[in-house]
Design a protein around this ligand. Structure first.
Ligand code: USQ
Length: 396
């Protein structure tokens, strides 16, 4: 198949390009390198050094014996996007080209507006560009489990049966997102569902949990094939931050009670799941939703697992509870379904402890890079709009 990846230079995009090429697909994509700029704006850098796109293309050719078709540009530039799709003629388009951080979207009015403009209008452009340039292609759209929030009932995959005043229907499950970023994904889902309905586009909307990990099999030990790994308060997700903190002797920053529960997924499983979606497209006009995660964990359980694995490496690790900069439920019910991918053949590949161990040993040589940025580890972006660095809560 010909697969076009929007956001091909990112944490997920770069390994996905490799994973698909290794399976014999032709891969192309676009990127405006904004992720590199946002992390720099946070005063940080990737813990794992990454190459520029020229070197990445070179390594790609060497390893997979084929070209990575790449163009630099922004999804907000409609003509660029439509022409890129027109020229590449994809069978599938994977949309990873959005601003992915909840915290970044909560900094101030400008960052909230940027997030929604970038994500919602970029995705809308992609829908129109696909309609005009490749209407039969399958859109694999990266959404987030965070669209659903943390309701006090089970979470189905996108839709649920409603029986109301004697009539029944299958309706979108209510969305209760927890940041302006997560709401941007809800708006995308609505627009995608509508485009499938009116134009006959086909789409898989992936509600993905928090992805973690440093490796997929194609990377072998070539540093040019490695993906980025962030640890700042915006672009570092919780397991990544805990692993980086453990390596430099910083307390693991559990926000609040630490009983917040989320779905988590190793990077290699994320690749496998997106590939399953790509290789089993829906019918024209169909909009389907996959919940994509391996297992659910509480934040304090993750901290304990990182601590145990780091101590096996001879490191001393302490866990601390900090005032939660976010407005979120710290103790809640969480029971999402994930049956659609399993029905199509998804089998979890690794266990989380093994993956944490691999991450720690991959990050170990880069301790100095993490240490260099140790002063940006404690968050100061708060959901209430104020800005003050959080501190330890002794009462937990
Ligand atoms: N957390 C801590 N300490 C930290 C960092 C985070 O306790 O140092 C807690 C947060 O309060 C939250 C949980 O860990 O309860 C997860 O936070 P996160 O930053 O790892 O993930 P989140 O903000 O939810 O966003 C990430 C990705 C986003 C994706 C989402 C999937 O950045 O792109 O959409 O995970 S999900 O969480 O299922 O919505």
């Amino acid at each position: 198949m010909r697969v076009f990846i929007a956001g091909i230079d990112g944490y997920l995009g770069w390994p996905l390009a490799q994973h698909l090429a290794a399976r014999g697909h032709t891969v192309g994509g676009v990127d405006a390198f904004l992720r590199r700029e946002w992390v720099a704006e946070m005063g940080s850098h990737s813990a794992i050094p990454i190459c520029d796109i020229d070197e990445r293309q070179h390594a790609f050719r060497e390893h997979f014996g084929t070209e990575l078709h790449f163009r630099q540009g922004d999804l907000l530039d409609y003509d660029f996007l439509r022409t890129s799709l027109q020229d590449f003629q994809p069978d599938a388009v994977v949309h990873l080209g959005e601003m992915p951080s909840a915290a970044y979207s909560m900094i101030d009015a400008a960052h909230a507006a940027f997030t929604q403009q970038n994500n919602v209008i970029g995705s809308l452009n992609l829908l129109w560009a696909m309609k005009e340039a490749c209407p039969d292609a399958h859109l694999v759209k990266l959404g987030t489990m965070g669209e659903y929030g943390t309701p006090n009932v089970d979470i189905p995959e996108g839709f649920f049966e409603v029986d109301f005043r004697g009539r029944k229907d299958s309706l979108p499950f209510p969305r209760q997102a927890g940041s302006f970023y997560h709401w941007s994904k809800v708006h995308d889902s609505n627009n995608t569902m509508f485009a499938c309905k009116i134009w006959g586009l086909r789409s898989t909307d992936i509600m993905q949990g928090v992805v973690f990990g440093t490796q997929i099999d194609t990377m072998e030990d070539d540093p040019r094939l490695r993906s980025r790994l962030d640890f700042d308060q915006c672009f570092g997700t919780v397991i990544h931050r805990f692993c980086c903190q453990a390596l430099i002797g910083h307390p693991l920053t559990i926000y609040g009670a630490g009983q917040q529960t989320r779905g988590f997924l190793p990077l290699r499983d994320s690749m496998a799941c997106m590939t399953i979606a790509i290789e089993s497209p829906p019918a024209a006009g169909e909009y389907r939703v996959f919940n994509q995660f391996e297992s659910c964990y509480r934040v304090d359980e993750l901290a304990a697992m990182v601590q145990a694995e780091a101590e096996n490496l001879g490191l001393q690790v302490c866990l601390k509870h900090y005032g939660n900069p976010r407005t979120e439920a710290e103790k809640h019910y969480y029971n999402p379904d994930r049956n659609h991918l399993v029905a199509l053949g998804y089998e979890p590949t690794t266990n989380i402890r093994d993956e944490i161990r691999i991450m720690l040993s991959d990050l170990l040589p880069h301790r100095a890079r993490i240490q260099e940025k140790a002063d940006i580890l404690l968050p100061d972006i708060r959901w209430d709009g104020t800005k003050a660095r959080t501190s330890v809560i002794e009462s937990y």
